[in-house]
Design a protein around this ligand. Structure first.
Ligand code: HEM
Length: 354
């Protein structure tokens, strides 16, 4: 789009207190691992509460890395590490900004380090679940928990493809959308953890459940359209990054229309919940969802009018992740697992919990 700035970022000092920036980042990663070791008891002998906290952590780190990934993109740091899995052709860590400014190297390398945190939390949830319930205690939860670390490893590969394709928008977009899929699993796991093993029963009427499912589908399309808008606009992660050849105002309009459809769906669901006296948590989350969608729309229009200032774009991505988590929270909250009261040994009881 004419007029949008694609100026490279300011170059910062290569080191702090004589230690290279990447040294600080590795240090923080090591400190993170030490912190996890100190929390080992909550993993090896987990209580219901500590399991829930770890599952919430799973949601937070998966949401967080999508936002830090956007920071990499808007600061044009996508090729700060020009290789994968190495950072430069001959080093696994940044080696001094030959091709990219040191700040860009640090931002990209820092995001790569965060992958280990996301992986660690995913593995911790699997271990804690296994310690709490054994191999066969809650297969429904275990299946979801296992998907998460595998997904992180898959995301590592997509990240590599993104670097190898020099930030092709299809790869950048897939990377973001896969994070959104990971959030589906982490939010479902967090909610189901609080429920007993048993049958899945609706908490609202069928129409409301369908509406919540429809909202999740429209929300997902909205995210995908946002990603295409980004892939068409100027903030591709590097000045040389390939772009979609679409007309930016047109794709932005499609994205905004889906934003309005999401807003309409959220308001309709909220009104329905309020009128039917749906459970309190659902009413509360639906209110927050409507507020989040309104804020997102306001940021979206403002950033477009102001020609995509970096800070607002990152805020828009943060808002997208929050909105998506709320949509998922509402959808998964429309049903819950309840203990089966039919006599043990009956076919119905045996089927429950599968
Ligand atoms: C609930 C509402 C909305 C959600 C959840 C949402 C979500 C998103 C997402 C996920 C992206 C892609 C981010 C990325 O690839 O890193 C995006 C980009 C974008 N959105 Fe939205 N959006 C919403 C509403 C709007 C509205 C109403 C506008 C108004 C024009 C808008 C304008 C934009 C623009 C211009 C971009 C591209 C930014 C760039 O080039 O980096 N959004 N949005």
């Amino acid at each position: 789009m004419p007029g949008f700035s694609t100026e490279p970022q300011t170059v910062l000092a290569a080191d702090m207190l004589g230690v290279p920036i990447w040294g600080w980042q590795v240090g923080f990663a090591v400190a993170g691992v030490i912190a996890l070791v100190l929390l080992a008891r909550t993993i090896w002998e987990p209580s219901d509460a500590s399991l829930r906290w770890w599952a919430l952590g799973n949601v937070a780190v998966n949401a967080g890395i999508a936002v830090t990934g956007a920071t990499v993109r808007v600061t044009q740091s996508g090729l700060g590490c020009s290789e994968w899995p190495r950072c430069t052709p001959d080093s696994f860590v940044p080696s001094g900004g030959d091709h990219h400014p040191v700040l860009n190297e640090a931002i990209e390398f820092g995001n790569r380090m965060l992958t280990f945190l996301v992986l660690a939390v995913g593995v911790i949830v699997v271990v804690a679940l296994w310690r709490r319930y054994g191999r066969h205690g809650r297969p429904d939860l275990m299946r979801m928990a296992v998907v998460i670390p595998l997904g992180v490893l898959g995301q590592g590969v997509v990240g590599g493809i993104t670097v190898w394709t020099r930030l092709h928008p299809a790869s950048v977009g897939t990377h973001f959308m896969l994070s959104m899929v990971m959030l589906v699993v982490t939010v479902a796991l967090y909610l189901r953890l609080r429920e007993p093993r048993g049958e899945l029963r609706p908490r609202v009427d069928e129409g409301q459940r369908r509406l919540a499912a429809g909202l999740a589908v429209v929300g997902f399309l909205l995210l995908a359209a946002g990603v295409v808008t980004t892939g068409t606009g100027p903030l591709g992660g590097d000045l040389e990054a390939p772009r979609w050849g679409f007309d930016l105002p047109t794709v932005t309009r499609v994205h905004a229309v889906l934003g309005w459809a999401t807003a309409l769906g959220a308001v309709t669901l909220l009104v329905n919940f309020l009128r039917s006296g749906a459970p309190r948590d659902l009413r509360r989350y639906a209110i927050v969802l409507v507020a989040a969608v309104a804020a997102q729309g306001a940021i979206g229009y403002t950033q477009y009018a102001l020609q995509l200032p970096e800070g607002l774009v990152v805020a828009h991505v943060l808002g997208s992740v929050v909105t998506w988590v709320l949509i998922l929270r509402v959808y998964f909250g429309t049903a819950e697992r309840v203990e089966v009261t039919t006599p043990a040994g009956s076919p119905r009881a045996a089927a429950a919990g599968r």
